[in-house]
Unconditional design. Structure first.
Lengths: 280, 303
C-alpha cells in the first residue's frame, strides 16, 4: 500500500472519466433546482416578467387569491404545530418505551409502527368523516394532528433508540439524588438525546411543510389552503392558461426553506441515519 | 445507588416500586396511545364499517348494504387498469431506485471531500416535498416554458404526451427526488459490513466483481429487504406525482389506485362506501404483499 508521490499519466487517464461522470451526475441532480430558481426571475413571454430580470412572477404569486401570505402563514401554523406535537408525544413515548416496563408496552409499540403499513388514503377518508363530526375538519389543527399521527412511527422509533443509547446510570443517579422520573427526563436525559430531537423535528417539518394529500382532503375552505395546495391550484386559474412563471416562483418559495434547513442540518440528517436508525 | 439497592431488597417495596414505575410508564405513553387509538385504530374501524355501508359523501351512513360496495369497486371501469398501472409503476420504480441507490452509494462510499460534496448534491432533492418536486417538473416538462421546449418544438415529441412518455417522465422525477435517500439507506448498510471481510477477500485474490457478488450483496440483504419493502409500499400508494404531473392522463393511462380512491370519494361519484371498499382492498393487498416480501427475504437468508 505504498503511495506514489508522483501522479502518473495512467492515474490521470483512469481518474478523468470518473471526474467527468460524477460531475455530470451532480449537475443532473442540481440542474432542475437551479434552473427553476433562475428562470423564476428571468424574462419569459406569457408570464408577468416579460422585460428584463426581476420579481414580477413573485408579485403575481403574492397577489394570488387571498394572497400568498395567508397560505404561507397557514403552512407555518400547520408545520409549527406538527413539529411541536410530534416532539412532545414522541419524546414522552420514546422515554416510556426505553425506560419503563408496563402492561401492553410491546403491543402499543408495534401498533405505532403499524401506522407505516397502512395506506394514507385508507386512514384519511374515515378521518375526514371523524374530524367533521368533532368539528376539526377544515381546521389547521386537524391537519396538524393527522400529520403528527403519520410522523409517529418514525419519531417514536427514533426517540426510543435515542433514549436507549443513553447509559441508564445517568437517570438512575439523578433519581437517587431526589429527581422524579420527569425531572430526570427534563434535566438529564433531554440534553443527551438532542441529536435525536433534531432529526425528528427536521423530518416532521419537511413532511408537514410539504404534505399535499392530507390538506387536499381535509381542507375545503380555500382561505385555509396550505402552500403546496395553493401553488398546485394556481396553475389552471386564468382561463385554463397555466402561468408557468408564477408556478416557478411558487416552487422556489416552497423549496427554499427546505433546502436551506437541509443544508444547515445535513450533518444531523446524515448522521441520524448513519448512527444506526435503521440497523438490524 | 445505595438507596435504590436498599429499596430493591424488600419484596413489598420492590412490588410497589414496580407498580409505580408501571403507572409512570403508562402516563408517559398515554399521548402516543391516544394518537394511535383516536387517529389510527378508530379510523380503521370506521373505514371497515364504511366499506359495507351505503355512505354518500354528504348523506352520511345510511345503513349496511354489503357486499354491494365491493362489487361496485371491482366493477369500476378504471379498477383493473389502475391496478395494472400501479403494479407496473411499482416494479419499475423499485428496480430503478434500488439499483441506482446502491450504485450511487458505491460511488460515494469512501469519505473524501469530493465524495461528500457528491453525497450532498444527490441528497438535496430529497429535502423537497413530492408535491413541490412534481410542480417543478411540471414546468420543466412543459412544451411552452421548459428548458427543452425549443428542442422539442417541431419534433412532435413531448414529455407527457403519450402514456409511455408520461410514465418515463414521472419515473425520472421519482428517481431525481428519491435516489439520494435510497443511497443514504444503502450507505448505512454498507457501513455495517466489517472491513475485515473485504480484507480477507482481497487476500484470497477476489476481484471487484467477485467481492461485490460474494460479499457485498449477501451481507447487504437486510438493507435490501428494508429498502425494497419501503419502496414497494411507497410506490403502490403513489398519488401526488400523478395527480400534479399527469392528472391521470393521457387518456386515463396513468391512474393509480389511490387516485381512483380519491376520485370515487371526492370527485363526482362522492361515494365513501365504494371508496372505503377500495381502501380496504388496498390495505389487504399491501399487508399480503409485505408479508410475502418479508418471508421471501427471510427465507433466502436462511439457506
Amino acid at each position: 500500500m505504498t503511495r506514489r508521490a508522483r501522479v502518473s499519466f495512467r492515474d490521470v487517464a483512469i481518474r478523468t472519466p470518473y471526474w467527468v461522470f460524477t460531475t455530470a451526475l451532480a449537475v443532473m441532480f442540481l440542474y432542475p433546482l437551479i434552473w427553476t430558481g433562475v428562470s423564476s426571475v428571468s424574462p419569459h413571454p406569457g408570464t408577468n416578467q416579460v422585460d428584463g430580470w426581476g420579481f414580477g412572477n413573485y408579485i403575481t404569486l403574492g397577489n394570488y387569491q387571498a394572497g400568498i401570505w395567508v397560505y404561507l402563514l397557514n403552512t407555518v401554523i400547520v408545520s409549527g404545530l406538527t413539529v411541536l406535537i410530534t416532539l412532545v408525544v414522541s419524546t414522552l413515548g420514546g422515554y416510556a418505551f426505553a425506560r419503563f416496563r408496563f402492561v401492553g408496552r410491546n403491543a402499543l409499540f408495534l401498533l405505532t409502527l403499524a401506522i407505516l403499513m397502512v395506506p394514507y388514503a385508507t386512514v384519511l377518508i374515515p378521518l375526514y368523516v371523524i374530524l367533521t363530526r368533532v368539528g376539526l375538519q377544515n381546521t389547521l389543527l386537524g391537519v396538524a394532528l393527522v400529520l403528527t399521527m403519520f410522523q409517529l412511527p418514525f419519531s417514536t422509533f427514533m426517540m426510543r433508540i435515542s433514549f436507549e443509547a443513553v447509559p441508564r446510570e445517568m437517570d438512575e443517579a439523578a433519581m437517587v439524588d431526589g429527581c422524579t422520573s420527569f425531572s430526570a427526563l427534563w434535566r438529564v436525559l433531554l440534553p443527551a438525546v438532542k441529536p435525536g430531537l433534531i432529526t425528528v423535528g427536521l423530518f416532521a417539518f419537511l413532511a408537514s411543510w410539504n404534505d399535499f394529500f392530507a390538506p387536499l382532503i381535509l381542507i375545503t375552505d380555500s382561505r385555509l389552503q396550505t402552500l403546496p395546495l395553493a401553488v398546485a391550484n394556481l396553475r389552471g386559474q386564468v382561463q385554463g392558461v397555466v402561468d408557468y412563471g408564477a408556478t416557478e416562483a411558487g416552487v422556489v418559495v416552497l423549496a427554499l426553506p427546505c433546502v436551506v434547513l437541509f443544508l444547515i442540518l445535513q450533518r444531523h440528517y446524515v448522521r441520524g441515519f448513519l448512527s444506526g436508525a435503521f440497523k438490524g | 445507588m445505595t438507596v435504590a439497592a436498599l429499596a430493591r431488597r424488600t419484596p413489598t417495596a420492590r412490588r410497589s416500586r414496580r407498580g409505580a414505575r408501571s403507572a409512570a410508564g403508562w402516563l408517559y405513553a398515554t399521548p402516543t396511545a391516544l394518537f394511535v387509538l383516536l387517529l389510527f385504530i378508530v379510523p380503521l374501524l370506521v373505514v371497515g364499517k364504511m366499506s359495507v355501508s351505503n355512505w354518500p359523501l354528504l348523506g352520511g351512513d345510511l345503513g349496511i348494504n354489503a357486499p354491494l360496495n365491493y362489487q361496485k369497486a371491482v366493477m369500476n371501469r378504471f379498477f383493473w387498469d389502475s391496478v395494472g398501472f400501479t403494479v407496473k409503476y411499482t416494479v419499475l420504480a423499485t428496480v430503478l431506485l434500488i439499483v441506482l441507490g446502491l450504485g450511487l452509494a458505491l460511488l460515494v462510499q469512501q469519505s473524501t471531500r469530493w465524495k461528500s460534496v457528491l453525497r450532498i448534491a444527490f441528497l438535496v432533492p430529497s429535502a423537497l416535498g413530492l408535491a413541490s418536486a412534481s410542480l417543478l417538473f411540471y414546468v420543466l416538462y412543459s412544451p411552452f416554458a421548459g428548458p427543452f421546449a425549443h428542442l422539442l418544438a417541431g419534433t412532435g415529441l413531448s414529455f407527457l404526451g403519450t402514456p409511455d412518455a408520461a410514465l418515463g417522465s414521472t419515473l425520472f422525477l421519482i428517481v431525481w427526488r428519491y435516489a439520494g435517500f435510497y443511497m443514504l439507506l444503502m450507505l448505512v448498510g454498507l457501513q455495517n459490513i466489517p472491513d475485515e471481510v473485504y480484507e480477507a477477500a482481497r487476500i484470497d485474490g477476489a476481484g471487484p466483481l467477485q467481492t461485490f457478488r460474494g460479499i457485498t450483496l449477501p451481507l447487504l440483504r437486510p438493507t435490501l429487504a428494508l429498502t425494497t419493502v419501503l419502496c414497494v409500499t411507497g410506490s403502490l400508494l403513489a398519488f401526488d406525482q400523478f395527480y400534479i404531473l399527469t392528472k391521470g392522463g393521457p387518456d386515463n393511462s396513468t391512474i393509480t389506485v389511490v387516485q381512483l380512491i380519491y376520485s370515487v370519494a371526492f370527485q363526482g361519484q362522492n361515494d365513501l362506501g365504494v371508496a372505503g371498499a377500495l381502501s380496504v382492498i388496498v390495505l389487504a393487498a399491501l399487508v399480503i404483499i409485505n408479508i410475502g416480501q418479508i418471508r421471501a427475504f427471510r427465507g433466502k437468508s436462511e439457506d
